[in-house]
Design a protein around this ligand. Structure first.
Ligand SMILES: *Cc1c(COP(=O)(O)O)cnc(C)c1O
Length: 389
């Protein structure tokens, strides 16, 4: 059996919760959806949560809720999944990329400062692999500039950062306006497909809810006895989408969230064991973690530095031959054909991202990994190194 780079963990309790909903009369559109969204918000210490059908939908609605105009620019980094940048294009704004920091692999705040101009209307920092982006610093840079901040927290449910002596959770929205999560099976918890947007703004919360349901709303004030308007009445206020999450997915999400502390603990254990074993090789770079953060690691990126023995291509293919399914996170946005053509990006535009991309592979990291699987990964990589050096 292949060992993937990431995988969901679903137990009997999860399955029972889903079955309960499937056997009930209401499999979509119910209170369970709102309950799941508010539980995610509460976990992040944010006020409001809106559940949607995917992390990409969450990003789209977050961007949409900002009411951007054509010509507005939104900044993100080249090292993210394309959905982050796509959300900006859906709303007719321009994507501007800013290079990453070589250690945290998150947006480089010094470069960010240099790239902000009058057209910059929003920034989407990505908490890459679970390491919080420099959110306090970004907020500081944006102060008095009317620039909104959307945290792409797809990787960082449960991660914590310290800013000026205080601890904050990813998705808490103290330094950001909105945060988005994905519950795809490789992420920290899963609903199959699904996402949540968190915010502390009641106004944004209402906009997100509206857009997730076709722009349609209904309330008792719309009813009118005199005009013979009954409770069928609804109104469409704006052009929205069907981005709804179902009841049974939400039941799975609620059940999964109960296990988040176990998931976090196990991921941390695995990262620690990997770091101890791979950190000793001078040509390997293990994931960096700043002193002021506690990452809930989503992926384990192992970088192969330039050396005369092997490169990341060799290691990747060796692992494949040993029945692993490693991955590379991510092909930089500016290397993707569509974006390259659209913005005339060239090799060398974002040198730190490119150098990271050329070195990295993601090796297995998921809570249900057994000790013998962890040992096997370590043994196989050690064998490979012995073979090559
Ligand atoms: C997974 C992911 C998304 C998209 O989420 P989906 O639920 O797959 O739509 C967006 N951004 C990042 C950084 C992700 O990892």
């Amino acid at each position: 059996m292949t060992i993937a780079y990431g995988k969901h963990y679903i137990d009997k309790e999860d399955i029972d919760e889903v079955i309960k909903v499937l056997k009930s009369g209401s499999i979509t559109q119910g209170n369970i959806v709102d309950e799941f969204a508010s539980k995610i918000a509460r976990f992040c210490r944010s006020k409001y949560g809106v559940a949607v059908s995917s992390g990409s939908a969450a990003l789209h609605l977050a961007v949409k809720s900002l009411d951007l105009n054509k010509g507005d620019e939104v900044i993100t980094t080249p090292i993210t999944f394309c959905a982050t940048a796509n959300a900006v294009l859906y709303e007719g704004a321009k994507v501007k990329l800013v290079d990453i920091d070589k250690d945290t692999l998150n947006i480089d705040e010094k470069l960010l400062q240099k790239n902000i101009n009058k057209k910059t209307k929003a920034i989407i920092p990505v908490d890459f692999r679970g390491h919080p982006a420099p959110l306090g610093e970004i907020k500081e840079i944006c102060k008095n500039k009317n620039i909104k901040i959307i945290e792409d927290a797809s990787h960082s449910l449960g991660s914590i950062y310290n800013y000026k002596g205080k601890n904050f959770k990813c998705g808490q929205n103290v330094h950001t306006d909105l945060s988005t999560f994905s519950f795809h099976p490789v992420k920290h918890i899963t609903t199959g497909e699904g996402g949540v947007v968190t915010t502390n703004s009641y106004k944004l919360f209402n906009r997100l809810r509206l857009y997730a349901k076709h722009g349609i709303d209904r309330n008792v004030n719309m009813l009118n006895k005199k005009k013979r308007i009954g409770s069928w009445k609804y109104e469409m206020f704006d052009l929205g989408y069907n981005y709804r999450l179902t009841n049974f997915q939400s039941a799975l999400g609620i059940s999964q969230l109960k296990k988040i502390h176990f998931f976090m603990k196990r991921r941390k254990e695995i990262v620690k064991i990997y770091n101890e074993n791979f950190g000793k090789f001078e040509f390997l770079k293990t994931p960096f973690e700043s002193k002021n953060v506690k990452s809930n690691f989503h992926i384990y990126t192992l970088q192969v530095k330039n050396n005369k023995y092997f490169d990341r291509y060799d290691l990747f293919n060796y692992l494949k031959s040993k029945f692993y399914a490693p991955m590379v996170h991510y092909i930089p946005i500016h290397f993707l054909k569509f974006y390259k053509k659209k913005y005339k990006f060239k090799l060398g535009d974002f040198p730190v991202a490119e150098s990271y991309y050329n070195q990295t592979i993601s090796i297995p990291l998921f809570p249900s990994m057994t000790n013998s699987q962890i040992e096997k990964v370590i043994k196989d990589i050690n064998d490979f190194i012995k073979l090559k050096c």
